[in-house]
Design a protein around this ligand. Structure first.
Ligand code: ADP
Length: 304
């Protein structure tokens, strides 16, 4: 099995349930509070680990209790966290998520250590890039670091998967060249390319714009509708599995991780998409981010 390296964020999420959102200046009593491991990088590494893949995480946490909890949590599903940097005087990345009784949320993210991942850390761990086959990234660490990892990975001939979230409109064109797979959802493809979110045709046109800039494969995920795989000369629609969705948090993270895992096992792109769709269909029938990730056995039993 090939090795997957995830370079990205680790967050401790604090989820507060409240009857309604507090207004400016208001103090209210919440219903519950829970701390849950998150961060797109950690979610994806966790999912690869839980699915039985060979995975290493590279990123940073603070030298604090939350950071240690995040590392222990990844370690429990066999993610190699020995290269995650523990930074002094910087808190572990955090997200404060308030959910009201309608299920609407308001989120504040403190980048903390995620914002302090540097090119130096990457340089010091260059052998990790050389020793891995598939490099998975997102956009929750500094863009210049993502760009640097991409350049090294291209130089070393590695397969690069970018989950471009949170999407931003200021990405330099040079980032796209050499990326093997990019997986925006329907909102993200609009932000990345500055095109409106219309019908499927428009999304394919937007995907082709990224391909003209050097991306080899664009997989636009469409939530409960599935995804479209676009290359320079082909496009294919994959309908989603019909399931009763309970919580779609981290559906995309589960898809990206399962897709990467399947590639690491020698599957082709179509097979990997199909595997990603199965894993994420199961994930949306359960609550939570990392807690919703299925095991390989559960995916096998699901069949589909
Ligand atoms: P993101 O979480 O990045 O916004 P999406 O919501 O587009 O990603 O979902 C990623 C994938 O998860 C989809 O392509 C699909 O395979 C699966 N998925 C998401 N929502 C559902 C759903 N309601 N039913 C079945 N599969 C789903």
């Amino acid at each position: 099995m090939k090795q997957i390296l995830v370079v990205g964020s680790l967050n401790m999420d604090t989820v507060i349930e409240t009857p309604h959102m507090p207004k400016c200046g208001e103090t209210i009593t919440g219903k519950s509070v829970e701390q849950i491991p998150g961060g797109k990088g950690a979610n994806q590494a966790y999912a690869v680990g839980k699915l039985g893949g060979k995975v290493v995480m590279l990123g940073a946490v603070g030298d604090d209790t939350k950071g240690q909890q995040l590392l222990d949590n990844l370690n429990a599903v066999n993610v190699d966290v020995s290269h995650v940097e523990k930074l002094k005087a910087v808190p572990t990345g955090q997200a404060y998520i308030t959910v009201d009784s309608n299920g609407d949320n308001a989120i504040i993210i403190i980048a903390g250590a995620n914002g302090k991942v540097t090119k130096k850390l990457i340089r010091e761990n260059r052998e990790l890039i050389c020793g891995s086959d598939i490099i998975v990234m997102q956009l929750e660490i500094p863009l210049e670091v993502v760009q640097y990892v991409k350049e090294l990975a291209v130089e070393e001939g590695k397969t690069i998967i970018l989950d471009p979230a949170p999407a931003r409109s200021d990405i330099p064109e040079s980032l796209w060249n050499g990326i093997d797979f990019i997986k925006p959802n329907e909102t993200e493809i609009g932000i990345l390319t500055g095109t409106g979110m219309g019908d499927r045709k428009e999304r394919i046109c937007a995907a082709r714009e990224l391909i003209r800039k050097g991306v080899k494969n664009v997989i636009v995920t469409l939530g409960g509708e599935g995804c479209i795989h676009v290359t320079a000369d082909s496009e294919e629609y994959f309908p989603a599995h019909k399931v009763k969705a309970v919580d779609t948090t981290a559906a995309g993270d589960c898809f990206t991780a399962a897709f990467a895992l399947a590639l690491s096992q020698g599957k082709n792109c179509r097979e990997a998409i199909s595997f990603g769709q199965k894993a994420s269909a199961i994930a949306v029938t359960r609550k939570g981010a990392q807690t919703s990730i299925p095991t390989l056995e559960e995916i096998r039993e699901y069949g589909g």
